[in-house]
Design a protein around this ligand. Structure first.
Ligand SMILES: Nc1ncnc2c1ncn2[C@@H]1O[C@H](COP(=O)(O)OP(=O)(O)OP(=O)(O)O)[C@@H](O)[C@H]1O
Length: 122
């Protein structure tokens, strides 16, 4: 099998991000919320370790959304008709994103809550 050049692999990956961005409203919502959280974290001047946790959490949510988008495309390709297994595949993948999104909200509250309270109270 012909091996894809390294640079071309990056081009494909960025193309994947662009396609998902164009087609997936949920991904755009995740990115907008992530930018808002980063803005708030910058304003609150949180420590570097908290930044690391925030960035990893944001990446996990966005990455799961990208996997979800990929899985939806595969399901639509192999099962254009309605099928119980197609429904299970899509619903469970969406559930995986939901679990991470809920965890991300909790992480955000734990990291940003106390400094935000201090800033607003003083
Ligand atoms: N081929 C199918 N067979 C059975 N049920 C399906 C099928 N395709 C979609 N569904 C059901 O419809 C729901 C929405 O499917 P759709 O492909 O529109 O995803 P979506 O709404 O674009 O998801 P997301 O909002 O995560 O992008 C699925 O979660 C599933 O319950």
């Amino acid at each position: 099998m012909k091996r894809t050049p390294l640079l071309q692999s990056f081009v494909h990956a960025f193309s994947g991000i662009y396609q998902a961005w164009r087609n997936e409203r949920n991904l755009r919502i995740h990115v907008v919320v992530a930018l808002a959280v980063c803005g708030l974290a910058g304003w609150l001047q949180i420590p570097l370790r908290d930044w690391a946790v925030l960035v990893l959490t944001i990446a996990l949510v966005i990455s799961s959304e990208l996997f979800n988008t990929s899985l939806e495309a595969i399901v639509d390709l192999i099962s254009p008709e309605q099928h119980e297994l197609a429904k299970t595949a899509k619903d469970v993948a969406a559930a995986a994103v939901l679990v991470l999104a809920i965890a991300a909200v909790i992480v955000g509250l734990l990291i940003l809550g106390p400094p935000l309270y201090d800033r607003l109270a003083n």
